[in-house]
Design a protein around this ligand. Structure first.
Ligand code: ATP
Ligand code: MG
Length: 793
């Protein structure tokens, strides 16, 4: 019975209340962006605990990122108190790690032989391993690229197809090669006692299928399962939910030990929006949401139609764009927040001009409208686009935070340090072990490594055991043997710290010290190595924070959390680190003040978030929608859903921008306006542009009276040239006698192959002038201006 005055139902509309209080049959909440799906899910958890007296430990809630999980948990705690702490709110991956750590030892799944301290291989580890596999198989690296093979393997895992299936289904020589790579890759993972990201889900599902009594234990435990962002589940994740909540599992039930009764399915609620499905490339299947009622026959569906996030203008824009996708269920999404501001459109000369516009606009919003930089998010399609924004923000002194991008945990030195730690916990982890064997350089060359590998093969022992027994390796030079023994000694010494339960930060510091890693960096005079030392200091700080703040990690044992004795061992630390997702790096310093920090991120990481002010940038065909989607209807529709996600993050103000010229791989490219811009209703957008943009801009229909229309006299009187115009002019004339450009520090230039750059310094004059120019990721180049193909912008 609904308690209408429960505080848990405050601030909810009728369909939202119905979803929160619903009991029994599986429930699907489908609704457009910002209609309160996540809010409903959170409230429902509180409702289950408070009103329906569900034990918090019987709740499993799945979110898309660890950060979203932490926020949801916090919110539920605010509503019903500390006892909520022991519920499982986590990503699919974290939940599966937790289950597997408990169950996997001794089970015959995934080839068997896994121990509960298995390593988790991320994308970079997987790639290294696949590279080794392809080399072993003698496959031509040009035809069989590790990343392509891995993608193929990942697709298989997301579809729950194991190596045997792949071998059976191979239709041609090419697929046979892929399948044998898959077979060998899995074998080596198993030998390394490691699982990759996709394995975490697939192995859990395989375990539930092969051991129904284990599955029944989890069914008995999790009486309530809730899933946010359901539109982005793939087949493996879907199967996992089905194992826990489905009714028709007859095919597995014969195997139930001693003919035990099947536990009735748990209560399931999933929330999602088919228009926001943006992970098809990772196997996400929109049909999971469309077929929900078929898969769960007595399911109930609730629609939410009121949006509480955005102004009507923003919603109209988003609805108009997504309306161009075919075969979708039209939705009526409305808001009573009023029309609000018109959308600001901006046409920039190039990527820097676009960044300058964003920067100036942020200043204006702060000065004139009392907004804080933290209210602002800048979105772009691909990580590389952040560079122009970063450069401009650094110059203007605007603090910013890039979510994703070159991630801290992907930096070489951080990976090296973590590889040491992983070896200490799991010596079977061959990828990590080989990574650190000669890092820092300690005179163990490739030949020595090959000798040890041969010994491991011959004796059928792990690479580590072969290192320990290196004196048996034929052909190993005495010098190498000594060096290997010294290395083994260091590792064993460090292992004794792990055995003594030393804190992760203490162990890490010893690793950096004893391995000689830090000493090597400190002795170097490469300025990059200073940064590396700083990053390692940061990693030690992360470990220390982890050791001192007994906050439950994504897969901490709830019993320990309750008892206040959360494990803080090295293994726990590594697990926390391994599961950090892109979107988990959104700033939220509890002590520091983040109000001055602008957030930059890709559209994919923006899912589920909201910001008062949004800049959606790089709206050019070939950038967004992405180049590879242009000739492909399904991919184009996925890009459009991504646009819908981006547009609907905005609460009050939305800006859309494009650049006339963008440098791609160092060469300037002139992209037409994004088709998504054409899909915005003309009357919703207020277009602006810099003077120079007029020459190239072919969108008079959208200018809505702002600025001079194309072809008007002012349009030809351009004040400064866009680089595209310059290049076009240069091509038209018969190569004019080249003038040596007059450059000063700070000037922007365009180089034929390095792209955009900033002049750092100039020496000499006239014919002899040499400029140092910073081309960002291309590095700083010293160029003789007489010959260098640079143009001043
Ligand atoms: P998305 O599809 O982007 O994930 P969502 O459907 O999960 O969006 P929420 O993030 O839950 O939507 O809600 C959007 C915003 O609207 C939040 O700020 C939320 O607090 C607010 N909100 C939701 N329902 C109500 C309501 N009934 N009254 C007032 N505010 C609400
Ligand atoms: Mg949401």
């Amino acid at each position: 019975q609904v308690t209408p005055d429960s505080r848990l139902l405050e601030g909810l509309n009728d369909p939202q209340r119905a979803a929160v209080t619903h009991a029994g049959a599986p429930l699907l909440v489908v609704a457009g962006a910002g209609s309160g799906k996540t809010r409903v899910l959170t409230r429902r958890i509180a409702w289950l605990i408070d009103e329906r007296k569900a034990h918090p430990g019987s709740i499993l809630a799945i979110t898309f990122t660890n950060k979203a999980a932490a926020e949801m948990k916090e919110r539920v705690e605010d509503l019903v108190g500390k006892r909520a702490r022991i519920m499982w709110v986590s990503t699919f991956h974290s939940a599966c790690v937790r289950i597997l750590r408990k169950e996997i030892a001794g089970l015959d799944i995934g080839g068997g032989g896994f121990k509960s301290n298995f390593s988790i291989y991320d994308a970079a580890d997987s790639k290294r391993l696949m590279t080794l596999v392809l080399r072993d198989l003698d496959l031509d690296p040009k035809r069989y690229q590790p990343s392509a093979v891995l993608h193929w393997v990942s697709d298989h895992k997301n579809e729950l197809r194991d190596p045997d299936d792949a071998v059976k289904d191979a239709k041609n020589g090419f697929e046979e090669a892929y399948a044998s790579a898959y077979v060998n890759y899995q074998r080596r993972l198993r030998e390394a006692n490691a699982l990759d990201f996709d394995d975490l889900i697939m192995t859990t599902v395989q375990m539930f299928q092969a051991f129904p009594d284990i599955r029944e234990n989890y069914r008995r435990r999790f009486r309530h399962v809730l899933v946010d962002e359901y539109q982005d589940t793939n087949h493996a994740q879907y199967s996992l939910i089905h194992q826990l909540c489905g009714q028709s599992l007859e095919e597995h039930d014969e195997a139930l030990a001693g003919g035990a009764e099947r536990v009735p399915p748990s209560e399931l609620m999933v929330v999602g929006d088919a228009d926001q499905s943006i992970y098809a490339f990772r196997g996400a299947d929109i049909r999971n949401i469309l077929d929900f009622e078929q898969d769960f026959p007595d399911a109930r569906t609730i629609l939410l139609e009121q949006n509480y996030r955005s102004t009507q203008t923003i919603l109209n824009a988003a609805n108009a764009v997504i309306g161009n996708n075919r075969g979708r269920t039209p939705k009526r999404l409305w808001s009573d927040a009023g029309d609000g501001e018109r959308i600001v459109g901006f046409v920039a000369d190039d990527g820097y001009d676009e960044a300058r516009f964003v920067s100036e606009e942020i200043d204006r919003l702060v000065d004139e409208h009392g907004l804080r930089p933290a209210d602002v998010a800048v979105f772009y399609r691909t990580n590389a686009q952040s560079r122009a924004f970063e450069e401009v923000f650094i110059r203007t002194g605007q603090p910013y935070k890039v979510v994703g991008g070159v991630r801290f945990y992907e930096r070489r030195e951080v990976r090296d340090a973590l590889a040491y730690l992983r070896v200490l916990v799991n010596t079977a982890d061959e990828v990590s072990l080989r990574r650190i064997l000669n890092t820092p350089k300690r005179g163990i060359g490739e030949r020595a490594e090959a000798c040890v590998a041969a010994l491991a093969d011959r004796e059928r022992v792990t690479f580590w055991e072969a290192l320990v027994r290196a004196e048996e390796a034929p052909g190993l030079a005495t010098r190498s043997l000594k060096n290997i023994q010294a290395f083994v000694g260091i590792i064993q010494e460090l292992q004794s710290m792990v055995a003594a339960d030393e804190r992760p930060d203490v162990i890490l510091e010893s690793v950096l010290e004893r391995s000689g890693y830090l000493a090597e960096l400190e002795a170097s005079d490469d300025p990059q190595d200073d940064t590396r030392v700083e990053n390692l200091a940061e990693l030690v700080a992360v470990a220390r924070e982890f050791a001192e703040d007994p906050q439950p990690g994504p897969s901490a044992d709830p019993a320990e959390v309750e008892a206040g004795t959360v494990a803080v061992g090295l293994g726990d630390f590594l697990e926390r680190v391994a599961l950090v997702a892109d979107a988990d790096q959104i700033p939220d310093s509890p002590d520091g003040d983040d109000s001055g920090v602008v957030t930059l991120m890709t559209l994919h990481t923006a899912k589920g978030l909201e910001f008062p002010v949004v800049f959606l940038t790089g709206l050019e065909d070939g950038v967004f929608p992405h180049q590879r989607s242009l000739g492909d209807q399904p991919e184009l529709e996925e890009e459009r859903r991504l646009a819908y996600v981006g547009l609907t993050r905005a609460q009050q103000r939305l800006h859309v921008s494009r650049a006339l010229v963008r440098s791609a791989w160092g060469a300037p490219v002139h992209n037409p306006a994004s088709r998504f811009l054409d899909e915005l209703p003309v009357d919703l957008v207020d277009w602006r542009r810099t003077a120079s943009a007029q020459t190239q801009w072919g969108r008079p229909d959208l200018s809505s009276g702002q600025g001079a229309p194309l072809g008007s006299p002012t349009a030809t009187g351009r004040r400064n040239f866009s680089s595209a115009a310059l290049r076009a002019d240069a091509a038209a004339k018969a190569k004019p006698a080249r003038e040596i450009p007059q450059l000063d520090p700070g000037d922007r230039v365009l180089h034929d192959s390095f792209g955009m750059g900033t002049v750092v310094s100039v020496e000499g004059a006239a014919e002899k002038a040499v400029a140092s120019i910073d081309f960002g990721s291309e590095g700083v180049k010293r160029l003789l201006l007489r010959y260098a193909p640079v143009e001043k912008l």
